[in-house]
Design a protein around this ligand. Sequence first.
Ligand code: G3P
Length: 217
Amino acid sequence: MKLYLDTGNVDEIRKAASYGMIDGITTNPSLVSKEGREFKDLLLEICQIIDGPISAEVVSVESEAMVKEGRELAKIHKNIVVKVPLIPEGLKATKQMASDGIRVNVTLCFSATQALMAAKAGAWCVSPFIGRLDDISSDGMDLIEQILTIYENYDFSTQVLVASVRHIQHVTDAALLGGHICTMPYSVFQQLVKHPLTDSGLSKFLADWETRKGSKK
Ligand code: G3P
């Protein structure tokens, strides 16, 4: 499973990148707005840090304008993936951009039929928001399972990008189900490697090492 960071913060991206395991970045208008930076400059800086797909979202809601915006974003760097919302106009724009060879991440997916439509439009990936489904007492992971089954049934090449991840159980479940990509906030990424028994076990090993026979006190 590819691991992406869901952020527009370059400090977080640099820290996570130092592990050598970040495969790509997803941003959205909310995350980018928090940074207070010019969008193109921010994207270029992210592209310099991570050599992988970088999702950048359009803010138009009409297909022609989305395609125009998407083409401009795609021109910024070869690794830019254009993100469009899963609305009828977004699907029309996806179809157009996919036929032009632009990779599209269809976002704000909350149902299996929406994901089916995204795949039929030629999306490079679809982003189901599992945390937001959990928030309304629906089961986000059920949706991931349904989409993976549907895509496998019909050999769609569209990848499932598990998004709106809130905790490491979401990451475990995404991997168990065979999600292709999982994007997460930096706070969740940091938790992936943590376990209290690892920390206490290491402290004990190091303390015991100091008491070995012949060690200098
Ligand atoms: O970037 C899309 C998605 O991951 C947003 O997550 O936490 O705002 O629901 P969240």
